[in-house]
Design a protein around this ligand. Structure first.
Ligand SMILES: [Zn+2]
Length: 350
């Protein structure tokens, strides 16, 4: 599964290097001259629909008005590798009529973008149950798209009851992934899922579901909350002195309490741009990561990109090899039940 690191327009970390990066039109709505200022190789530019929808939905903030041509102008100026025609997200609170209406407007935009731009388009798919997802994915196939994105506010009311805004790993979401990726395989359509892969664990789960690509700014969010990830390991607290959220026992946490021997070894062996500045010593590296959230973000992103490489290598060897790798990773995890569920559900769908 291709991993696209989420970025926030001009609010990027000084010194960060991006390979595949996901940014959003939303971050450039107020720029007179939209320009990407960080180094990157490939840009996937989200249309900002979900962020605008969230902003306007809560009615606390000033409403962001939607002008389709402004969105297209930003997309054309930033010259992304991929981008998404403006879509109208669904919300579980909406009635079916409203959802149908939103999907209709989304389709109209897909045609508008397709007819009026030379952008490389990945349309967003929305559906409110299995039947409509099936129907709507066929609509996109007839329009000759072979790469689509699963809308962020994607819901499956009848069968899965998974609301996509909820980033907690749960069975419904993975069943939805498997359902869609198996459908995509039959139709020769690749699927991107927004906002998945914040940690090695959720990344490998989605990749095993044969999702083509995902993006996450989890590397950044976790870092800001004092957390680091290590290869094949759930997040660990690194602390940042001032932050008190997330972990009640923070003050009692020491290097030896946080990391197992195996994890200390992973820290010693980390070759990320930040750990490399410190000699191969776990405790010193931990201290370095504790010192600044930006350092943690760079470390976290690098770890995720290594996981991506590992995943690509293993999938090339075969799904069996990948399964063995995740089996080992999940051996002692409290989320092992979820992994067992994913494996058995995949057998049903594929
Ligand atoms: Zn590192």
């Amino acid at each position: 599964m291709d991993y696209w690191a989420g970025e926030l327009g001009n609010n990027f970390i000084e010194g960060i290097q991006h390979g595949n990066v996901m940014d959003s039109v939303y971050n450039f709505l107020k720029s007179d001259e939209p320009k990407i200022k960080y180094p990157y190789e490939n840009l996937f530019l989200d249309n900002g629909a979900f962020a605008i929808f969230k902003n306007n939905y809560h009615q606390k903030k000033k409403k962001v008005s939607i002008n389709l041509d402004t969105i297209i102008d930003i997309q054309e100026k930033l010259k992304p590798r991929y981008t998404v025609p403006f879509d109208y997200p669904l919300d579980p609170q909406m009635d079916i009529r409203k959802m149908k209406n939103n999907w209709q407007k989304t389709i109209e935009n897909i045609d508008y973008w397709d007819n009026s731009t030379n952008l490389n388009l990945i349309p967003a798919l929305h559906g409110w149950n299995k039947t409509t997802l099936d129907k709507n994915i066929h609509v996109l196939q007839k329009k000759d798209f072979n790469y689509i994105a699963l809308g962020s506010a994607f819901i499956l009311k009848e069968n899965f009851k998974g609301f996509f805004g909820d980033r907690q790993p749960n069975k419904n979401i993975y069943e939805a992934f498997l359902y869609l990726s198996s459908l995509g395989k039959k139709l020769d359509i690749d699927i991107h899922v927004f906002g998945v892969g914040a940690s090695p664990l959720t990344y490998h789960f989605a990749a095993f579901c044969e999702i083509k690509s995902s993006d996450s700014s989890g590397y950044r969010r976790k870092a800001a909350y004092g957390k680091i990830v290590l290869p094949q390991t759930a997040e660990r607290y690194a602390g940042n002195g001032s932050a008190t959220f997330g972990l009640k026992t923070k003050n009692g946490l020491t290097y030896n309490k946080i990391f197992s021997d195996d994890e200390k070894k992973k820290l010693v062996e980390c070759r990320c741009p930040e750990c490399r500045k410190i000699s191969k010593h776990g405790y010193r590296r931990w201290k370095h990561l504790c010192s600044d959230w930006k350092i943690r973000a760079i470390h976290n992103k690098w770890v995720m990109e290594q996981e991506e490489e590992k995943s690509h290598e293993l999938i090339k060897q075969g799904w069996g090899a990948y399964e063995t790798f995740i089996d080992k990773m999940m051996e002692k995890s409290r989320l092992r039940y979820l992994w067992e569920f994913i494996k058995s559900t995949k057998e049903r769908y594929f």
